[in-house]
Design a protein. Structure first.
Length: 312
C-alpha cells in the first residue's frame, strides 16, 4: 500500500505562487521553501493525525493522466494508528482535494498507482472506478478532451520582469531561518513563508514578493496562528525568540520601497513575539522597479548589518 496520496493541479504561475495560494486555501500556518522550489507544510485534517504536505513540480511524460498538471501535493499522514492509517490518509487527502476545488483549476486525486477522482471547472468532480491507473492503459477512463486533448496553456506570468507587489511584510530571522510574515490591518497573517537564508537572494526575493501580495487580503484571510508557526519552527518560546531575532518592516507602494530594521528585544517579551528598537541608521527608502534578486539581497544585507549593530 502506498504511504502517500497525491493531489495534482494545473496552476498558471510558478511554484512559489502555487504554494502561497494552496496553503492559504488549506488554512496552513506556514510553509518552508527551498532553492529547488519544493515546499513543505503541515495540516491537522478532520480525519485526525498530522498531515505532512510537499508541493513540487510535476515531471511526467505526455501519455499519462498526469500530463496536464503543473504541481503535485504529496501527502503523508503521521501520528495516526497504524491499523487505520491508510484509510485516514485517503480521507485526509480527499478533504484536501475537495477544498482545493474552490481554486477553480483542474485537479486530480490518487496515490502512486491509482487515480481516484479529478475536477474540471465547469464540469465538476468525476469519480473513477477502483483500479483506474494513471497510465495510458486506462486512457479511455481518464481522458478529458479539455485537458488531455489540447496543448498546455503557456504560463503568462513573467516573474523575472520588473513589477511591484504592493503590501506590507515583517521579516524575522534567527539562526539563519527567515520568516516572511504578511502584515495586514495592523496584524500578522498566515500562512508565513519560511526559508533558510542560505537558499540565496533570488529565492528570498521571490517568496517576499508573493507574501507582499497576500498581505493585501486582510487579517481575516485565514484563522491559522502565524506566531505559533514562527516560534515552533525555530524551536523557541515567544519571549526567547523575540530576544534572539532581528526583524525588518517592509512596505511596498506604487512609488517606493521602505525597509526599517529592528534589533531583538532587551527585556522579557512575555508570551508574544515583539520587535526590538529600530536601527534608524540602516533604514532604506528607495524607488525604482522591483527585482527579486535585488530585494532578496536587500533583506540579507539588512539582516547581516543589523546583527552587527545590535548586542547578540
Amino acid at each position: 500500500m502506498s504511504s502517500t496520496v497525491e493531489v495534482y493541479l494545473r496552476y498558471p504561475g510558478d511554484a512559489v505562487a502555487a504554494v502561497a495560494r494552496v496553503s492559504l486555501f488549506l488554512g496552513a500556518r506556514g510553509y518552508f521553501g527551498s532553492p529547488r522550489e519544493t515546499f513543505r507544510f503541515t495540516l491537522w485534517p478532520q480525519a485526525g493525525g498530522l498531515l505532512g504536505v510537499d508541493l513540487s513540480a510535476v515531471e511526467e511524460g505526455p501519455d499519462t493522466a498526469l500530463s496536464p498538471y503543473d504541481f503535485g501535493l504529496s501527502m503523508e499522514l503521521m501520528d495516526a494508528p497504524a491499523p487505520v492509517r491508510g484509510e485516514m490518509r485517503e480521507r485526509a487527502g480527499r478533504e484536501v482535494f475537495d477544498r482545493l476545488t474552490a481554486l477553480e483549476v483542474p485537479l486530480a486525486y490518487g496515490d502512486h498507482a491509482y487515480l481516484f477522482a479529478d475536477f474540471l471547472p465547469g464540469r465538476g468532480v468525476r469519480e473513477f472506478p477502483p483500479g483506474t491507473g494513471w497510465e495510458e492503459d486506462d486512457r479511455d477512463v481518464w481522458f478529458e478532451p479539455r485537458l488531455h486533448g489540447t496543448a498546455r496553456p503557456a504560463d503568462t506570468a513573467d516573474h523575472a520582469a520588473p513589477f511591484r507587489s504592493a503590501g506590507s511584510v515583517r521579516v524575522f530571522e534567527t539562526d539563519g531561518l527567515v520568516h516572511f510574515v504578511p502584515w495586514g490591518d495592523g496584524a500578522a497573517m498566515a500562512p508565513v513563508a519560511s526559508v533558510r537564508a542560505s537558499s540565496g537572494q533570488a529565492v528570498l526575493g521571490r517568496m517576499l514578493a508573493e507574501t507582499l501580495g497576500r498581505s493585501r487580503q486582510g487579517a481575516g484571510a485565514t484563522t491559522a496562528d502565524p506566531w505559533s508557526w514562527v516560534t515552533g519552527t525555530a524551536q523557541r518560546e515567544p519571549g526567547d525568540y523575540a530576544r534572539a531575532a532581528v526583524s525588518i518592516d517592509i512596505e511596498v507602494t506604487e512609488s517606493a520601497i521602505t525597509a526599517v530594521p529592528h534589533g531583538g528585544v532587551t527585556e522579557p517579551a512575555g508570551d508574544h513575539v515583539t520587535q526590538g528598537p529600530v536601527v534608524e541608521s540602516l533604514a532604506v527608502h528607495q524607488s525604482g522597479p522591483w527585482d527579486d534578486a535585488s530585494m532578496g539581497d536587500l533583506v540579507l544585507r539588512l539582516i547581516r548589518e543589523t546583527r552587527a549593530r545590535v548586542p547578540s
